[in-house]
Design a protein around this ligand. Structure first.
Ligand SMILES: [Mn+2]
Length: 325
């Protein structure tokens, strides 16, 4: 299906290890085509007007590991053939080729990453890139998925790798977006298939330097004191790095308490908010969406991007929600 594509193509992929691995697999298969790859503005789960405009010159567009809004997809489909490979929740877009087993009711445990879905579609054997996406999206938790942990373990044994090597590789890939380096994210998929091996990835000097820098910043931010109000840990940080999820996880796991982290330094005009709680946060995620914020997460995690003048009131609502019985 992809092999028959004509003209100039664009691959739009998520900025994380799964998005990069999925892009690598697609670019490898389409290496005889004229194809560019881009990730959206880091932190945006949609395309801007400028991006939509620029991307209207392509003959085909492939989207990997991202659930872009339906109106974005339909805009792209006005001029291009569009293909989506994804595993995020959302609804089927009938007008394009939409390969997302999860929204068609399949078991998410059988399709744990976009890289796995892409690899399956391409008819490849299990390989490093199909598994890096899986490890990237689930980290240690994949050990609870019997089928996939077995596949990963067998692959590692065969290639003389440990699970920690796999984790290290995804952490290295993720340094690019965590440092806010969109260009480096976009270079990564082609680098991956040039390396075509774990050792090339593990030895990438830039990514290793990035990882050291990020770890230093995370340690520094964790050392600054947090407030505790009514049993809720409230931590404010100001960093240009995209490390809020890591910070929140560490603070919450160490304290064992409901944790609210606010980063005022990532966007110029917006704040990043992250919440971890033992209380089911789904109603607050819906509340955030109803207020028009970019807001998502799962039962135990809420992430939101808030216009700076709305931050205080939404944080207050979260605090009230967490303290009421
Ligand atoms: Mn993914």
């Amino acid at each position: 299906m992809l092999e028959e594509l004509q003209g100039k193509g664009l691959l739009i992929h998520h900025w994380d290890a799964d998005g990069i691995s999925s892009a690598c697999l697609l670019l490898e298969r389409l290496s005889d085509k004229n194809i560019d790859n881009r990730t959206p503005e880091l932190g945006n789960y949609f395309l801007t007007e400028g991006e939509l405009d620029e991307y209207s010159k392509y003959d085909f567009v492939i989207v990997a590991d991202m659930s872009l809004p339906e109106d974005n997809i339909l805009r792209l489909a006005e001029n291009a053939k569009v293909f989506i490979f994804d595993h995020h929740l959302g609804k089927v877009i009938k007008e394009v080729y939409h390969n997302n087993p999860i929204i068609k009711g399949e078991d998410p445990d059988k399709y744990p990453s976009a890289s796995w879905i892409v690899n399956d579609f391409l008819g490849n054997d299990v390989n490093l890139f199909s598994l890096l996406g899986v490890v990237g999206d689930h980290e240690q938790n994949i050990k609870n998925n019997e089928t996939f942990y077995k596949i990963i373990t067998e692959f590692c044994q065969k290639h003389n790798l440990s699970f920690d090597d796999m984790l290290k590789m995804v952490h290295l890939l993720d340094t690019n977006y965590k440092l806010g380096d969109k260009k480096a994210v976009e270079k990564a998929p082609r680098l991956l298939f040039e390396y075509n091996s774990a050792s090339g990835i593990l030895k990438n000097t830039q990514w290793n330097e990035n990882l050291t820098k990020l770890n230093e910043e995370i340690t520094r931010q964790l050392e600054s004191p947090a407030d505790e109000i009514d049993g809720i840990i409230m931590k404010k940080i100001n960093t240009t790095y995209n490390i809020i999820s890591t910070i929140t996880r560490k603070v919450a796991w160490e304290s064992g308490k409901n944790t609210v982290v606010l980063n005022t330094g990532f966007f110029d005009d917006k704040d990043q908010l992250y919440v971890r709680s033992a209380k089911n946060l789904e109603s607050m995620i819906l509340r955030g969406k109803a207020l028009g914020f970019k807001c998502g997460g799962k039962k135990e995690v809420l992430g939101a991007i808030l216009p700076k003048d709305k931050t205080d009131s939404f944080v207050d609502e979260i605090k009230k929600f967490l303290t009421k019985n």
